[in-house]
Design a protein around this ligand. Sequence first.
Ligand SMILES: [Zn+2]
Length: 424
Amino acid sequence: LPLENDLAIKNIAQLVTCEPGLSDSCDDDADRIGLIDDACVLISQGVITWVGRQQEFEKRGLPAAETIDATGLVALPGLVDAHTHTVFAGTREREYEMRVGGATYMEIAAAGGGINATVRDVRAASVGDLVRAGSRRVRSMLRRGTTTVEIKSGYGLSLEAEIKMLKAIRRVGEETGVDVVATFMGAHDIPPEYRDHRERYIDLVVDEMIPAVSEQGLAEFCDVFCEEGVFTAEESRRILHCAKDCGLKPKIHADEFTDSGGARVAAEVRAVSAGHLAHATREGLEAMREAGTVAVLLPGVSIGLAKPVFADARGMLDLGLDVAIATDFNPGSSMVDSLLIVSSLACSFMKMMPGEVILAATTNAARAVGRQDEIGSIAPDKKADVVLFDVPDFRYIPYHLGGDIVRMVIKNGSMVFDNAQDCL
Ligand SMILES: [Zn+2]
């Protein structure tokens, strides 16, 4: 233990550590989420040094320079949004209106909507435009408890525009203080100019984009949209193998609208995570479990697409898969930046239990971005990312849909949001 701690968060009514070993409760539910009642967390230089009961903290007389009194509050690890497209230009509310009115995908595309609209806007935007818009969105996520966010490129779809997006993604992290995990997603769609020779676009991704992104150190992961009408299983396999050879870790958008073999590709390339999975086969999911691929479920898409289709979260949990939840924040299919709202959707529509959704937005989400050793739980040696909620019980968090319940956000041991200071 260091001689001096910078900060003690004291008198926490319920501390959800998300570390099963840290709970001293004999209740199974409490144990799974590592619940400690009347707890204290000590922090030194942005890192957690000690976690335990308030009584124990007082008995030992542990020193701390500053204290936060969390009487009546519930503490969770900083939330990890493991799948987003948060950096984009332009919005598509007209398309949403058309969809609510019953328009088909083809009608929306014919009216100039769909992903091509965002590609057009991103190509026309400067890095500065993208950084400003992206930072504003990420600050809004931070106020809702998200302290780490994965952001994908994939609206540039040319070497130059993809690099521009990735530079903007990096700067959003620098400007907001939120940890940003960058993912290259040149294989988000075939751009209009390559419609009639798709294989040439895939060559461009493999031969030029991936090597350039890797050389410039602009991304940690590479993602592919494996879906009927986008990239086939075979094409996805090729792109992700190439990414691995260049040192980018594989991720995949799999089986969102149909079973396109995406879950199996995820397992074959040992993807760190696979997103969507609403139509994945049992065989594919079992292969993912064996490969250690995290299933990232995105129920916000059902709101954006105005279609109540959800992944089989219970089936996946029963199979023993690691399940994470994320916003998939993007202007087309999921205009939701709050993991808290997504946690409510996960409970009500995918029948995940409140304790399960908390693990899905913290430890399992950290695993989905390969950061499980640094973040995702409140335990010694982890980053001091802590969210304090003004709620009576952890189960209240998904229960109060869209509620203004975040009291404070602590990032790397510093308070970055205080709702009491912020209020009118
Ligand atoms: Zn996505």
